[in-house]
Design a protein around this ligand. Structure first.
Ligand code: SF4
Length: 400
């Protein structure tokens, strides 16, 4: 499999979306207006720079080109997430980005252009085990010999310098350019945040590139051994085109197709509503029970009895002394553990940490030697837990 920065990023953001998009190859019909605008801006820049060999386009010509590609490509599955916004709002935003960019970099003769939408192949270790591909928006050669890798960003947030310094995409392209043009020595990574008319730049040391190689190889290994591809909800779900296939969103998609009178009768809706109503009753009952318990203990103490009789059942006070320990993570806990160790009581008194052991087994971080020895003592089971949460905000969920 050939990877790309966006494939890796998709997997990191949501493994299920990765599977739907790249393994099941389900076409995404919907496209967010932000991505649509980004593509049109990129096309306008490509046109502007590719024409430079022959002529310098005027600002009006670039804007007219942008408008023609906008109209040609617009389709009814372009999705506008932000309430109250129209496609025209975004179209005008793109025009503004073009104006600002044009005025900032006019007459576009600062550097020599080595590539536009340049396809790059990155063979991570030169043995064709890990292959990535990508397209650099623009590659420039500066008069002082530095290669600049440019990327246009139409995002509405300006990232911190630290984010640019940790960015994977352009650093990967640097690796690809070095493989393509071994004479290239010095690089500068440049992001144009056109909504702010701002450039952010960064460089990479050979050690950082080495580390990046290893991180990407580790990530690819993880993807290639992934079995579950769990859905991972986040703010990005708003722009995800796979709701109809996502186990966390599919039911909602089906419900939205139902007329209001059939909605409440739908089996899933009825089950959830019933479950939640019992849950609420259970919570109320637990609160009442707590109050009753206090009253019963008080009654027993005032009347000096340990058993109180009802009409069919009786309640018996069972008195027991317990010890409370500082919880894990508290400084006192560490102190307590140290005292037990120093007193030589650790192995006799400390118990097995089952939570950590479970984590080590599930994440397969135990040595195969130990795993083999304990395999008949432990078993792995799949449990289904139910969580409840407000439907409007499926992220805010409470475990019950
Ligand atoms: S809707 Fe969200 S959780 Fe579901 S596949 Fe898309 S990104 Fe993943």
């Amino acid at each position: 499999m050939v990877y790309s920065h966006s494939k890796l990023e998709t997997y990191q953001n949501c493994p299920r979306k990765y599977k739907l998009s790249y393994l099941d190859r389900i076409p995404a019909e919907e496209e967010g207006i932000e991505a649509f605008l980004g593509s049109r801006f990129h096309e306008a820049m490509e046109k502007l720079y590719s024409e430079l060999r022959f002529q310098l386009m005027s600002l009006d010509e670039v804007k007219a080109y942008y408008e023609s590609t906008w109209q040609k490509n617009f389709h009814d599955k372009v999705k506008i997430v932000e309430e109250g916004r129209t496609a025209d709002d975004y179209f005008r935003l793109g025009l503004k980005y073009i104006e600002d960019y044009y005025q900032h970099y006019y007459p576009f003769n600062q550097n020599k252009i080595l590539g536009l939408e340049q396809e790059l192949e990155i063979d991570l270790y030169g043995d064709r085990r890990y292959i990535l591909k990508g397209f650099a928006d623009r590659i420039d050669l500066r008069p002082d010999g530095v290669i600049e890798i440019h990327d246009y960003k139409t995002a509405s947030q300006l990232p911190a310098q630290a984010t640019a310094d940790a960015d994977r995409q352009l650093a990967l392209y640097q690796l690809g350019i070095k493989q393509k043009w071994p004479w290239a020595e010095k690089f500068r990574l440049v992001w144009h945040y056109v909504a702010f008319d701002q450039e952010i730049s960064s460089t990479r040391t050979p050690e950082q590139l080495e580390q990046l190689r290893d991180e990407i190889a580790a990530l690819i290994n993880r993807i290639e051994t992934e079995k579950e591809f769990p859905p991972q909800e986040s703010g990005l779900c708003q722009w995800c085109a796979y709701w109809a296939y996502c186990p966390l969103k599919k039911h909602l998609v089906e419900l939205r197709k139902l007329p209001p009178n059939e909605y409440l009768a739908e089996e899933g809706v009825a089950l959830v509503d019933k479950y939640i109503s019992y849950l609420e009753k259970k919570k109320q009952a637990e609160e009442e029970l707590e109050k009753l318990k206090e009253a019963i203990i008080k009654y027993a103490e005032e009347n000096q009895v340990d058993r109180i009789n009802g009409s069919e059942y009786s309640l018996t006070m069972v008195r027991k002394e317990i010890v409370r320990f500082p919880t894990r993570g508290q400084a006192e806990r560490q102190k307590l553990e140290n005292i037990l160790r120093e007193a030589g009581l650790w192995s006799a008194l400390a118990s097995l940490d089952l939570n950590s052991l479970e984590k080590a087994i599930l994440e397969e971080t135990l040595s195969s030697d130990v795993l083999e020895k304990i395999k008949n003592l432990v078993s792995r089971e799949k449990l289904v837990m139910i969580r409840s949460g407000k439907k409007a905000d499926n992220k805010d969920q409470t475990k019950i």
